[in-house]
Structures are given as C-alpha cells and as structure tokens.
Write a protein that binds this ligand. Structure first.
Ligand code: ADP
Ligand code: MG
Length: 708
C-alpha cells in the first residue's frame, strides 16, 4: 500500500511498536501529527564562533586544532582534549568514552565541536560536546539551517525526532497534499503547507528564532489559523447537521405562563424574561432548538428552565432534565414538584441508587401514551440507560452542562428521535428531534465561547434577582481559625447557616473525606451548642441526601463538606461560606462554591482561609475573587492566570486539545477564524473538498463529528 500522511506513524522507517507507543503519549498517531509537533527551541550549529568571543552558557560551534589529549585514570576516568584557534584554548571534557574514541584525538588534527560553554579551571570548557574530527580542512559546514530541538518524552531522542521530521516532510512533499488555507489577511508569504512546515522545522539561520520559539512567528500563526478554522468548521458542521432534523413547534400558553409566574412569589428579572423570549422564539420554529444559557450562579436559570418545560408539556410533550449529581437532581425534583403539582403535572426522578421497583414504575409511566404518562423526568446519568425510553420526548434540559460531554448530550437527544408519521421516506428528514436547552454557571470568556460553543445558540442571564447583596469576600490566613469559629457561633445564634468547605485535594479521596471529618469533629468540639453535619464523596447517596435535607430544613447549623457540594445547591438561609485552602482550586470552582451563599436577602460572606506561603499566582487569584463577583470577569482572569488548557477541559466543550494553536497566544485570530468559517459554510457544497481536507489534516477523530 502506498504510504499515507494520514496513516499510522509505523509507516516510517525506524518506527516500531516501542517508538509508536512513545509517540502515542504525545498524542501523535499519524505521520501528519509528527509535522504538527513543533520545536520548542533551535540551536545554531551553522556559525563557527571564535573561542575568544565565547560567553558562558552559550551554545556554540567552535573549530580548532587539537593540541593534546589527557586521560586521567582511576575509578572515574576523565578525558580532557585541549584545542585552540588562534592561540585561544578550550577544553573538551568526557566522562564516558570508548578506547577508540580516546585514541582518535591525536594532536594536530582538526576538530569541530558543538556544546554549551562553561567556565572551567583552565579557561572555557565543554562537557560531552557533539564533535567531528577531520582531515584538514574539514568539509564545509553542513548545517545550513538552524537545528530544531523538540519537546520529547522518554524513549525518543532528538536524533530520532530529526529523522522522523525529515521522513514526514518527504512524505508531505510526495503526497502533494500541501495546499494551505488562509484568509485574505494572511500572516506570512508561505505558498504551501510544505513551505510553512519546512521553515518551522528547518529554519534558515537568519530566521527570527525568538518569535518562532514564542510561537508568534507568522508561519506558526498561519498554522494556528488553519487549525482553529478546521475546528470551527467541524462545529459549524455539527450545527448544520442538526438542522436536518425537524422539530415539532411548541405552543406557548401565555395565560398559563403568567399563572405560573404569579405563584412563584417574585417577578422575573429582565434578563430572565429576555432569555425566555429567545427560547420561545426557537420553540416556534420547525427545527430543534439548541440553546445554551450562560448565567452566573444564582441568576435564576432553573425558573427559566421550568417555564420552558411548562411550554413543552402543555404542548403534549415529555421533558427530561439531566443534572450532574444526585444532590442536584433531588433539589430539582423538590422545586419542580412544588411548582408543577398545582398544575397537575406529574414529576418523577431516576438516579442510580434507585431500586428496581421505583425504576420499573418510572419506566412504565414514561411509556404510557395517555394522559397519565410521566411528563417530567429528572435524573443523573442514570437516564442515559438503554431501557429508559420516552413516549414523546420534546425537550431535553441539561443543567451544569460543563460536567457533560457533547456525546452525552447527543445520547439524550437521540432518545427523543422519532419518525414523523406523515412522512414515509427514510433518512434524517423524516425524524423529529427534541429541543435542547443546556445551562451552565461556568461562564467562559467570549473568545473561548466562540470555539467551544460554535454549535450552540447562546443566551446570557446577565442580571441577578433584585435585592441580592454582593457577597463580601475576605481572604485570611489559616491560623485565624479561632476568630472564624466565633463568627460562626454568632451567625448561627441569629438563625443563619454556614458552609465549611474543606478543599484539601489529597492523593486519595479517602484522605479528603478524613480531613473533612476532622474539621467537622473540630467544629463540633469548639461549638458544642451547634449541630454540625458532614457530607463527602464516600457517603452513599442516601446518606448525602439525608444530610443535605437536614441542612436545608435548618436542622443543621453548619455543613462541613468536600467539594461535592459544588454545583447548584440552593439554601437561601446560608450566609457564610468558609473555604479552606482556596489556593488549591481554580477560580471558576471557587466562584461556584462561593455562590452557595448570597441567595437570600441577608448580607452573605465568604472567608477564604489560605495556607502560607502563597505563590504570586495564588495571591493574584485570591485577589481576583475578593475584588470581583462577576463570573465573566473571573473567567477572563482565570484565562489569563491559568491558560485555556485548564479552563476548557475537553469534557467541558467537546473540543480537543489543539496541536499547534494556543488560545492564549492565538486568541486574536478567532474573530477572523469565525468569519472565514461562516463564509466557507455559506457555500459548503462548493467548499466541501477544502472543508474535508482541513478536517482530515487537523482533526483526528473526524468521524466523531460526522456522526454527531
Ligand atoms: P442558578 O442560576 O444558579 O441555577 P437558581 O435557579 O438556583 O440559580 O436560582 C437561585 C435562587 O434565586 C432560587 O431560590 C430561585 O428561586 C431564586 N430566583 C430565581 N429568579 C428569581 C427572581 N427573578 N427574583 C427573585 N428570586 C429569584
Ligand atoms: Mg442551577
């Protein structure tokens, strides 16, 4: 079979199973992936530096005549070879060498050596340099280009990298598959992908090494642009794909909506109303909605979801709500039961701890075709199971969507695919799909949102309900625990409640739970008059729920927890959040935790009890939290302080790690990428070849996208 750029690395000479395994660790599977593994720095082996001009620590090539070689015998043999050029001497020092090697260093021979310059006892020296011995004169210098040094992993030497890159470049040239794509304001004058990659892997000696190393060279920006474009196109493709399904338009019963709002006891905020209108206008279309609601913690996403669910149910459909934890699922169960009972709408839930009897009853009710069928099912991952089948699923709501992957979302949607009775041909057009509403309280910066959520329409609830007071955040050192304990007592005596989150991230979950248990014991001892509860990951879900309920109903004054309580829990009477070792968590997670308080009318506080010493970055992060309570601002800062890699786990967004692009360095390209991608999709038929080429080149799991 002919060699292929897109085939496995084992096609190359010298790549066996062992090297293949090492490459795999760097996510390099195909030959083309090798080419996108860029150098981290370059060495200049092309210029010979006079010994008199050398500087300490510099990497340089020197050339001179060997004057003598000295072998020190003993347990640790040392070979010192002294050479000079124009009477300035330099020593080459070897600890490991063969006899033949040692013998070859005869005086009067010409030598060229490359290595790092160190000051030694007798002038400059190089330890274990690369070298060439020659007849006089040595052949002309063969390194006409800079030498790339690659980030590596155990089992791959630099020499192997050079060999792999050379072979891969040859294959690229042979394949002729070197068309390069860019937009009108292209960043470099490279003609082809081959030019670009050739330059990056083997730059000529005048190249701007600094900007190459910093990945800001026009050639690298070109590559990054192409990669981002490939991803953007695949997301748009997803979106395009979803439009081939039909959806049943939903009716909005305004009177019923009004009634529902009246029983809430509060008015919707303007932002909630606006987002609701956006959802309703989607509902009227014959295509499935795919909408993301971004809204800060406490902005009231649940009520908006409830009103959307109400519209779907009154139009005769079932609704599924997916939550990431059982605690959250149960909380939703309680809210929705309270809201929907007066309207005679049946609500139930399904989580993995449920016994068969409950599950069977739920499944049975779900399948019913009559009025008695279950209208709203709330659950965790348990509702992905194959045997969970709906009769007429019209809306899927996913809470805290960053906890789920794209594929989970699609799996749930597929439960709602059904053949339209009126159309008899097969193919996607004869299917209707449910509407999808996904919600997240982890806002991500706009630049990232563009590539993480290109397949979704976005709505933002950018307003908190009236009467909320900003949570006051105080950063203090851990040894002031005693003051904190006093404060807890005062608050609880006034009838308020307190969270204490123990964030120690130990090697094992077991140890985390232990340290939370210790904190609980400590607090119980210090505050015998209060009721202290404890939740952590090792409790089973019944125990967790029982404790959460006790806290929610006010039976417990203080709840000590590991980060399991992170998302969505809503207890308005809790006004103090103590977070131990906040320096260990990401800003977004801290912001989420803090958002557990400040949900009622009382002034709330967050105490960040840090452990000294703090790194500069740690200090900067806590400062951001103290100064801002806006999730979007915090997300932007998080991006600056941590980089996008951590912010956008692939789970969160469904996008993979990039090969070349780095959103922190190349974020400025996104706007142009987005524009170009939309332009190409406008005429996707005509551009199909190009779009497929980019996808094949940059996106390995291209099949995943197509199947979506
Ligand atoms: P989140 O967006 O974090 O999921 P929730 O939906 O849990 O927030 O809402 C937080 C709290 O705010 C709940 O107690 C909810 O009833 C209340 N709430 C929601 N909308 C409003 C509003 N417009 N006015 C007053 N309170 C509201
Ligand atoms: Mg919520």
């Amino acid at each position: 079979m002919a060699l292929s750029l897109y085939g496995p690395v084992t096609q190359l000479t010298g790549v066996g199973p062992k090297l293949q395994a090492s490459l795999k660790k760097l996510k390099i599977h195909r030959v083309i992936d090798i080419l996108f593994h860029l150098p981290m720095r370059y060495q200049n082996k092309a210029v010979i530096t006079p010994i008199a001009d050398l500087k300490a620590e510099q990497e340089a090539v020197v050339e001179g005549i060997i004057r003598h070689a000295h072998l020190r015998a003993g347990r640790q043999k040392v070979l010192t070879v002294t050479l000079d050029d124009n009477f300035t001497a330099l020593n080459l020092v070897f600890f490991h060498f063969s006899d033949a090697q040692a013998k070859a260093f005869t005086s009067g021979k010409k030598i060229r050596a490359f290595g790092q310059i160190k000051p030694g006892l007798h002038g400059w020296q190089m330890m274990h340099p690369e070298y060439e011995l020659g007849p006089t004169p040595l052949a002309a210098n063969t390194h006409a280009t800079l030498t790339a040094i690659y980030p590596s992993t155990a089992g791959i030497t630099q020499k192997q990298w050079h060999d792999l890159q050379t072979q891969a470049l040859d294959l690229l040239k042979l394949s002729g598959d070197t068309q390069r794509f860019t937009d009108a304001d292209k960043r470099s004058n490279a003609e082809t992908l081959l030019d670009t990659l050739h330059f990056i892997h083997q730059p000529d000696i005048q190249a701007d090494v600094i900007s190459l190393q910093q990945r800001q060279h026009p050639f690298i920006e070109d590559l990054a642009f192409e990669e981002l474009l490939a991803h953007q196109l695949s997301l748009l493709h997803l979106r395009h794909h979803k439009q081939i399904y039909k959806a049943a338009p939903l009716q909005i019963d305004l009177q019923q909506q009004q009634q529902f709002i009246q029983q809430l006891g509060f008015e919707l905020t303007q932002a909630q109303q606006r987002v609701l209108d956006e959802i309703f206008s989607d509902f009227k279309k014959p295509q499935p909605m795919l909408r993301l609601i971004q809204g800060d913690v406490g902005s009231g996403k649940t009520v908006v979801a409830a009103l959307a669910a109400l519209a779907a149910i009154s139009s005769g459909f079932q609704v599924a709500i997916l939550a990431p934890t059982e605690i959250l699922a149960e909380q939703h169960l309680l809210s929705f039961q309270q809201w929907f009972k007066p309207l005679n709408i049946s609500v139930d839930w399904l989580v993995s701890r449920h016994k068969k009897q409950h599950k069977d009853a739920v499944l049975n009710q779900l399948k019913q075709r009559n009025k008695d069928s279950l209208k709203l099912l709330i659950g965790t991952h348990a509702i992905f199971q194959d045997d969970v089948a709906f009769n007429k699923l019209g809306l899927v709501i996913i809470d805290e969507q960053h906890r789920f992957g794209v594929h989970q979302r699609l799996a749930l949607r597929d439960k709602g695919l059904h053949i339209d009775d009126n159309i008899h041909n097969t193919g996607p057009l004869s299917y209707t799909a449910p509407h999808q509403l996904v919600m997240t309280a982890t806002p991500i910066p706009r630049t990232l949102a563009m590539c993480a959520y290109a397949d979704l329409d976005c709505s933002v609830i950018d307003e908190l309900p009236a009467g909320r007071k900003t949570i006051q955040t105080v950063v203090m050192e851990q040894h002031r625990r005693a003051e904190v304990v006093e404060r807890i007592l005062t608050l609880c005596q006034q009838g308020q409640q307190v969270y204490w989150v123990n964030t120690l991230i130990h090697e094992s979950e077991n140890m985390d739970c232990q340290s939370a248990a210790e904190t609980a014991a400590f607090l119980q001892q210090a505050l015998p008059q209060l009721n202290i509860g404890l939740v952590h990951g090792q409790l089973n879900s019944e125990q967790k729920t029982a404790t959460m309920q006790a806290f929610s109903s006010g039976k417990l004054d203080v709840l000590v927890a590991t980060t399991v309580i992170e998302v969505g829990v809503n207890i308005p009477n809790a006004t103090l959040m103590v977070i131990e070792n906040p320096e260990r968590l990401g800003l977004a997670q801290l912001h989420q935790l803090r958002g557990r308080v400040g949900r009622g009318h009382q002034q709330s506080f967050c105490l960040l009890l840090y452990q000294k010493p703090l790194t500069d970055n740690g200090k900067a992060r806590l400062k951001v939290l103290r100064e801002s309570s806006d999730g979007f601002v915090i997300a932007e800062k998080d991006l600056q302080l941590r980089g996008p890699g951590e912010l956008l786990g692939s789970q969160q967004s469904g996008i993979t790690r990039f090969k070349v692009a780095d959103l922190q360095l190349h974020g400025h390209l996104l706007e142009a990428v987005d524009k170009t991608a939309h332009a190409l999709m406008q005429d996707s038929q005509k551009n199909q070849v190009l779009i497929e080429m980019l996808s094949q080149r940059w996106i390995e799991a291209a099949d995943d996208y197509v199947q979506a």
